[in-house]
Design a protein around this ligand. Sequence first.
Ligand SMILES: [Zn+2]
Ligand SMILES: [Zn+2]
Length: 374
Amino acid sequence: MPTRVTAAVAHRGETELRVETMTLRDPGERDVMVEIDATAFCYSDWIAVRGDTGLPGLVPDPYPVVLGHSAVARVVERGAASGIDVGARVIVTATPECRECFWCRSGRIDQCEKLFVPAPVIGTLDDGREVRAPGASATYAERSVLRDIQVFPVHSDLPDSWLAMFGCGIISGMGAVVNVARAESGSSVVVVGCGQEGLWMIQAARILGASHIVAVDPLEERRELALRVGATAVADPGLEPSAEGAERVRDVVLGATGGRGADYGFDAGGSVESVQQAFALTRIGGVVTITSYVTRDTSVSLPLFDLALRGRDLRSSQSGRLDMTRDLAQFLPWLESGAVDVDAMLGPVRPLASINDALAASRDRTEITPILTP
Ligand SMILES: [Zn+2]
Ligand SMILES: [Zn+2]
């Protein structure tokens, strides 16, 4: 029996999504079909809508596509060999955990060889065209079909809107601080970019006991939110990169760190400049954590003297170097106990039909985490 669903479909060359009906394919042996309860809109999906294929499609022209990679859902159907029960409440994320490959077995689940596979076909439009799912998750829909290695059972009474953020913002932001940089109590931290990811980084740094947390963002509302969730100082680099803006930020960071620069620098700005700035603001011997990829072909230049001879430790953070089982156990209690300020992170909750409002809010940076409830 074909499954008809409403989905938000991105078409080549269009900057808005079309909310339309499509037919989902049946789950394969190792797949599950899930009903999406809530999904978080991510800025990286705006990049994908725009057609700048920073998205790991690996298909030259994957469009039309259904995006979305962070959701809470319920399993409604399972393939014969899938390991998840029908009825399970699950976190959906873009990073799979096959548990069999070299990376999974050596503790680097974030690099599982089943990540960045060519965007799979998840169904067809009414005109017969195939629809693909970059990230293989397709959560901007009432239902989705995905591999069982991308869904993780969650046992919690937390609301759907909160858990919708787990698969991307929470795991990427808090994971960068806790799993990648392993920031220590009493340390100094600078976070460049205060969107979803940066604000979760600030919250994690506060919980780990960082004594100085400098938040860098050109938008005043975001600097205010940063202070609300734990930043101890803020700095405005200006909307366009400039020498004056960089100096203003540098003054604040040096002032907070005895003139040395931060022990831990985090790039969460989604740009080449944010990577360079996080690097420049980190002290000799400090740890710089990078999350921005900008587009698939973007490169960045960094001062080699500081990199090679001044002890900076450069680390990459794909989805916070997640291990979902471990990270659910370590981060859910922070949400449940109120240790993190979740309300500060939540945008409005909208029906899927209004997804273009969420897209605009994400694109224009007027909301932190827009939530959709299909
Ligand atoms: Zn994301
Ligand atoms: Zn694997």
